[in-house]
Design a protein around this ligand. Structure first.
Ligand code: NAD
Length: 465
């Protein structure tokens, strides 16, 4: 039974922000040693409580233990250790290209923490998506208010309980709540806002940030397409796609949302899905044991509505169980561009296959829609791959796999156009919360050459310019 989430009293929210601002003003976070200590404590928070976090994630999302450990706890710990190792180098002033006209002024770029920031997380990967940005904020020396999703009450309660025990409460705080609490947060001024969630709500954040001219990073979602080269190993492609689509029951921003496949190869691809399905889930119980649940009844109803109303043909899965918020891994064939499955991001374990003529029509299809967070290509042909890369635009592009780009900390995670702007992950997260402040120190004696800029503007000075 999931616990009720204790919402932060609305009247406390401005006080929390003000207190963190005072904490930031003490200048503690300027010390890289302090940031490293906080990062280490954050790592301990996840490691010491790994069992409690996996239980909370199981309670909120029915998440299999292996997925929680592999995709959240171990991953976040790896990112924290990486930031711990590199934050000193990231924080060092950055040199600029030698320039004979300016080198005497010692030009460089200082790395300044932006200040007190707001980080808002989604429900789907409560640790990964909410705390990966937090790593960047701590590394950059910012104070942070963290607003996890209200749809994951067990995990968000655990954050509220544990964070003050592990991190400096003068600099970092959790605010829990729903729309009213988030709205209050958005009335306040921040030095940066990082929002991860759906595009519709993202617009509310962008508008609120604009009121205070606050810089904002928007990590949004959308429909990430898969383009299939019919000459590739379709059985292997289907296996990887089934994994990508069923991880966290398809509730992943980078999940492959739909497949563009030449009509002639569709049945072979489906045979691959059927084989992969049988190998992943040898018994009917395995489809439940090895799958996360849909986060909330209204999301389940949305997915059920899609399955009820699609004009495509369900060829794999299709079963659902509302009492258990469970949707079987499902493949739907012969889906048309105007089908209900193609209207919005599906965010569930359902994958439509849209038959297309060839790679050119697949590219045209992708380009007729918003820029997605990812484009996936399954092909062994360098020309096929290059054609898709050169003729589409997306947050990221991956050949022959899905989701894996989120695992590598050096690659920025971020969208383009409707899938968002700005990025995070590794040094990208540090940069997001850092102001790059140009620096020069101009010696007095340099007036030997700079003197000609002062009035009165005599002909002699004009000549010297
Ligand atoms: P959501 O937009 O419903 O909620 C995200 C956050 O916004 C939550 O903390 C929520 O409390 C808050 N919120 C909700 N309504 C609000 C309102 N009216 N005013 C202010 N705040 C409000 O998103 P979700 O359903 O939790 O997450 C799923 C979405 O997030 C998907 O679209 C997915 O693609 C996207 N996502 C993107 C990334 C990425 O890195 N690009 C990662 C994970 C999820």
């Amino acid at each position: 039974m999931a616990p009720n989430l204790a919402y932060t009293p609305i009247e406390e929210i401005p006080k929390i922000r003000d207190a963190l601002r005072q904490g930031f003003k003490t200048g503690k976070t300027r010390s890289v040693a302090y940031r490293k200590e906080q990062l280490l404590h954050l790592g301990y928070m996840f490691q010491d409580n790994a069992e409690r976090f996996t239980q909370a994630l199981a309670s909120d999302l029915g998440r299999p233990r292996q997925e929680s450990i592999f995709l959240e706890i171990n991953t976040i710990t790896g990112y924290i250790l990486r930031a711990y190792r590199d934050v000193e180098a990231w924080s060092k002033p950055e040199g600029v290209t030698f320039n004979a006209d300016f080198f005497l002024t010692k030009p460089k770029i200082l790395k300044e923490p932006k200040g007190t920031v707001l980080i808002v997380g989604p429900f789907n990967f409560p640790i990964f998506c909410t705390f990966r940005p937090v790593i960047g904020a701590i590394a950059a020396g910012c104070a942070a208010v963290i607003k996890p999703s209200e749809l994951t009450p067990a995990t968000s309660s655990l954050f509220a309980e544990l964070l003050p025990k592990y991190l400096d409460p003068e600099l970092y705080a959790i605010v829990n709540g729903g729309v009213a609490e988030s709205t209050k947060l958005l009335e306040l001024q921040w030095d940066h806002i990082m929002y991860t969630g759906s595009g519709g709500i993202g617009k509310i954040y962008a508008a609120a940030a604009a009121k205070h001219l606050t810089p904002i990073t928007l990590e949004l979602g959308g429909k990430s397409p898969v383009i299939i080269d019919p000459k590739t190993d379709l059985a292997h492609a289907a296996k990887r796609l089934l994994w990508g689509r069923t991880t966290n029951a398809g509730q992943a921003c980078l999940s492959p949302d739909y497949i563009l496949c030449p009509a002639s190869a569709q049945d072979e691809l489906i045979a691959g899905f059927q084989a992969a399905y049988e190998s992943f889930y040898p018994t009917p119980e395995d489809t439940r044991k090895s799958m996360s649940r849909i986060v909330a009844p209204h999301h389940f109803d949305r997915l059920q509505g899609l399955l009820d109303n699609t004009a495509g043909t369900i060829v794999v899965g299709g079963q659902t169980d509302k009492a258990d918020l469970w949707v079987a891994p499902t493949v739907v064939k012969n889906v048309k561009a105007d089908d209900v499955l193609m209207e919005h991001e599906i965010f569930g374990p359902i994958v439509p296959i849209v038959p297309v003529k060839d790679v050119d029509s697949a590219i045209e299809f992708v380009n007729s829609r918003d820029h997605p967070l990812a484009v996936y290509v399954f092909s062994d042909d360098p020309k096929f791959k290059a054609k898709v890369i050169e003729n589409t635009l997306s947050g990221g592009v991956v050949m022959n796999d899905t989701l894996i780009q989120a695992a590598f900390d050096d690659l920025p995670i971020g969208g383009v156009g409707a899938s968002g702007y700005g990025s995070y992950g590794g040094k990208n997260g540090f940069d997001t919360f850092t102001h790059r402040r140009p620096f020069m120190d101009v010696p007095k004696w340099l007036d030997i050459v700079l003197g000609s800029r002062y009035a009165p503007f005599t002909p002699k000075k004009l000549k010297a310019i």
